[in-house]
Design a protein around this ligand. Structure first.
Ligand SMILES: NC(=O)c1ccc[n+]([C@@H]2O[C@H](COP(=O)([O-])OP(=O)(O)OC[C@H]3O[C@@H](n4cnc5c(N)ncnc54)[C@H](OP(=O)(O)O)[C@@H]3O)[C@@H](O)[C@H]2O)c1
Length: 330
């Protein structure tokens, strides 16, 4: 096997944003699409020149020409599609967040293991060149011990905007959609927190509107993270260490630049600005990594193993449980 033959499920926003990038990978071929409607599947297949169009996901899973399935549907549907695909022996790359609960993610990991296939959440942020460089900088000790992470993401999504932001069953709310990035960033540079403290607002139907959450660590480190679907938050992140800092340019999920500041007073800081070229729309490094891992027979990718997804979901569950407890106590 020298090429991974992909199918995509979902013909919405993310499918259109990413397929051009998947096409840039020589080791990838997109062979099929699945939609809830045959008409949409046919139209999408014609537009993208794909050989097969399905409206029945079980039929897609039975297609022997499909090696891997990219799940590009709203969060609340991920578990259903990913679990059926894994049971059918297909490799799965699934949009973020992989699932709505850590328990579901554990179940998917077990299914991938049982069926000997690859599973990864599409956490493209961790594959972006700027993040890889930041990790190298931190691991080299250049900024000393990382003690602080700050990250925010927020969009005032109109009430009549995409349903996936507002409908609980689809995974509505700021945390599932954006918190997954901010928490992944904190875990990447500080690890899994020892305590979490949250303020924010969650509706009676459990769709969270905004939240600010502090992750704290036994060594004194903290991450201050904020997400919102009702107001704008600049899409940026930064890391502070005992001898320097890294401030990412926009966007948090695939920064095109970073500013490294090093040195301690009384010396003036040494400032280095580093720009990064973007491949395609920014998803290319993640797709390339997934293809390489699948072709190498790997079950997970070391940059974003399923255990990392589960840890982020566990932190997210703590944040959500605190929002719910505060709401219910009011
Ligand atoms: N990595 C990124 O940069 C990024 C950016 C945006 C979104 N995402 C992720 O991608 C996923 C999809 O987001 P999106 O913006 O593409 O969402 P979307 O446009 O609302 O939905 C994507 C497609 O999912 C299919 N679908 C299957 N079951 C559905 C259901 N019950 N309700 C609605 N649609 C359903 C629909 O395609 P059919 O009509 O063909 O069935 C729909 O067009 C989310 O998990 C999100 O977190 C990632």
């Amino acid at each position: 096997m020298t090429v991974v033959q992909w199918a995509i499920v979902g013909t919405g926003g993310i499918a259109r944003r990413t397929l051009g990038d998947l096409r840039l990978i020589p080791e990838a071929e997109i062979v099929a699409v699945c939609s809830r409607s045959q008409q949409s599947a046919d139209a999408f297949a014609a537009e993208w020149g794909l050989g097969a169009a399905y409206s029945d996901f079980t039929a897609l899973c039975a297609d022997d020409t499909v090696d891997a399935i990219y799940v590009g549907t709203p969060h609340g549907t991920h578990f259903r599609y990913a679990s059926e695909a894994l049971r059918a022996g297909k490799h799965v790359l699934c949009e973020k967040p992989l699932t709505m609960t850590a328990a579901e993610a554990r179940e998917l990991r077990a299914l991938a293991e049982e069926n000997g296939v690859f599973l990864m959440e599409a956490m493209w942020m961790k594959f972006s060149p700027s993040m890889r460089r930041a990790l190298e900088i931190v691991e080299s000790g250049t900024i000393g011990t990382p003690m602080f992470v700050q990250a925010g993401l927020g969009y005032p999504v109109p009430p009549d905007g995409p349903r996936r932001f507002w409908v609980a069953e689809l995974g509505g709310g700021a945390l599932f959609d954006m918190g997954v990035y901010t928490i992944a960033l904190a875990h990447m540079f500080l690890g899994v927190p020892d305590a979490v403290s949250t303020v924010g607002e969650i509706r009676p139907d459990d769709v969270d509107l905004y939240e600010s959450y502090t992750l704290s660590y036994a060594n004194g480190a903290v991450a201050q993270l904020t997400t919102s679907i009702t107001y704008a938050i600049p899409p940026r992140g930064s890391i502070g260490g005992t001898t320097g800092s890294i401030a990412f340019g926009e966007m948090l999920f695939a920064p095109r630049s970073l500013r490294l500041m090093t040195g301690t007073p009384p010396q003036p800081p040494h400032v280095e600005d580093i720009d990064f070229a973007q491949e395609g729309a920014g998803y290319v490094p993640m797709f390339r990594a997934a293809c390489e891992a699948i072709l190498a027979g790997e079950r997970e990718h070391p940059i974003h193993p399923v255990s990392a997804t589960i840890e982020v979901l566990e932190t997210m569950e703590l944040v959500r449980s605190q929002l719910i407890a505060q709401r219910d106590a009011r």
